[in-house]
Design a protein around this ligand. Structure first.
Ligand code: PGA
Length: 235
């Protein structure tokens, strides 16, 4: 299974090193079989020496090698560290930073060309969820517009906006129904994200078509993230 941590704007360079050292020790000691993805802030990126099941990626990048895009990083900065995994379309970038579907698709195309592993996020806001599953699916499928769903290094994370950082996860039934419908269109691995924690991760990982979780808040503490990995190992 895929167990992913999005640090967002948390952790420093020092604490990222400490986090990864603890994580690596845990994975080795427990001989964990999970695929782990870590997305530190860009100030903490480096050429880490980790076992191959731990993938470090960038939370965002501009679809360019280099150039005049103040505040952004491009391929040149990512290549310096030999990284080739990226998160695209996270709801905080879409809704707080105003990233359009066209820009998400442009980023996808660019990093697909570069052969990156892409964790591509979709998810509906509350007012759409309240209208029922048909509206939810229409909204989520729009966020897949322009995305090559046959790309073999694509992972799709379903993360309802109303469940992110709120402490209120979508219910097992809602996740099951949404992932089931998504699976009819998307053959890439599907993750769920939105207030996943140590208590809920087992029932979520057991949902049909759920191949992993993308965790924010509950993953920032390395012990709690390791507990989630251990739970995944026990399934
Ligand atoms: P959360 O964040 O676990 O804090 O809800 C999930 C995400 O944004 O990926």
């Amino acid at each position: 299974m895929i167990i992913a941590s999005n640090f967002k704007t948390n952790h420093t360079r020092n604490s990222t090193y400490a986090y990864l050292a603890t994580l690596q020790e845990f994975i080795t000691k427990k001989d964990s079989k999970q695929d782990i993805y870590i997305f530190p802030p860009s100030t903490a990126l480096d050429g880490f020496t980790l076992s191959s099941q731990i993938h470090v990626g960038v939370q965002n990048a501009y679809p360019v090698e280099k150039g005049s895009f103040t505040g952004e990083i491009g391929l040149e900065q990512i290549n310096e560290f030999g990284l080739n995994t990226i998160l695209i379309g996270h709801s905080e970038r879409r809704h707080i930073l105003g990233e359009s579907q066209a820009l998400c698709a442009k980023k996808f195309d660019y990093f697909k060309e570069q052969d990156f592993e892409i964790v591509y996020c979709i998810g509906e806001p509350l007012e759409v969820r309240e209208k029922g599953i048909d509206e939810v699916m229409a909204y989520n499928l729009k966020q897949l517009e322009g995305i090559d769903l046959s790309y073999d290094k694509l992972i799709v994370a379903y993360e309802p906006v109303w469940a992110i950082g709120t402490g209120v996860s979508a219910s097992v039934q809602q996740i099951e129904e949404t992932l089931g419908k998504l699976h009819q269109k998307v053959k890439a691995p599907l993750l769920y994200g939105g207030s996943v924690n140590v208590s809920s991760v087992k029932e979520i990982l057991e949902i049909e078509h759920c191949e992993g979780v993308l965790v924010g808040t509950a993953s920032w503490d390395v012990d709690s993230f390791c507990q989630m990995i251990e739970i995944a190992d026990s399934i």
